[in-house]
Write a protein that binds this ligand. Sequence first.
Ligand SMILES: [Zn+2]
Length: 362
Amino acid sequence: MNDLNGKIAALLRDFAAIQKSKQTMWGYKRAAAAILALEQPIESLLQPDGTLRKIPNIGPSSTRIILEVLQTGTSATVERAIADSGQTTDIDRRRNLRGHFLSRAEVVAALRNKKLRGPRLPDYHGDLQMHSTWSDGSQTLDAIVEGGLARGYQFCGVTDHSYGLPIAGGISMHQLFEQHRAIDALNEAHRGAFRLIKGIEANIRADGSVDMTREELQHLELVVAAPHSALRSTADQTKRMIAAVNTPGVHILGHPRGRMYGSRPGVAADWDRVFDAAEKAGVAIEIDGDPARQDVDYALAKRAVDAGCLFALDSDAHSTGELQYAETAIAHARLAGVPTDRIVNCWPVDRLLEWLSTRNGR
Ligand SMILES: [Zn+2]
């Protein structure tokens, strides 16, 4: 794939990283974000007179870099500045942490590409990882129902952070029961039309156990277990991840690596062994669609397809606008050729609820 949007955004991020002034750094970061969020390839915004159509949040100096890349395939300006900055090691490190990320334009192209197998947008019936005002999200439960219905969903899993992650406003068991009463009321009001699922994003500890007891997990319909620590360590963590998928009550291995665009590699593990264990345990591998995560990506997802795994494609939304991130996950699944019937979000709601309930042993 020759993704100029991704290439230009990466160059603008590199350029941002070597700025001495915070203000110019933020300017280039904003420009990079604007390019990554473009729906169309940047080439299509080039006008016959050689100028670029106006893009919000992109100033004149970013525009010059964009035009340079469009004309020459690279930016001598950025490369020269990096060489002069004495920060080439750091920039190289960042460049190695952008593998298999898709720009929004590539997501749109993958969703439209009829040659790809894998799930289509209408096959997707609901999203199974998101955060509400009960932890670090800004969306209320009502807004999640409205947002889900607006996207044509039949269900959404509310998965606020567990109490073991206070940094993300983890929800106490007391608050969780209160939240469940609110979910019951909403489900009653939308009976037959929409189902909120009582979930949690449990935190995978260093030893692979999750930060909630077996008894506590049984109060939940959906358990996403995800790593939030040791995400920059190069030590092998295969044992940790296998222990996590073998934990009773876990349904989904959420953002399995915990990587972050251009900043951290996430968990190092023998993923084929982790996927084998997940397949045996019946745990779904998540494709997290947050654009900064894209975890697992299509290349790694292909190996989970070969292992026979189930998949969950989720937005990890913290606001209603971010529900769209599910499309990033669907695009990766299409590029990986994930069979639609192996994606739990594409199952009819009754089949999904049955799978959820048999796994938590109630
Ligand atoms: Zn998480």
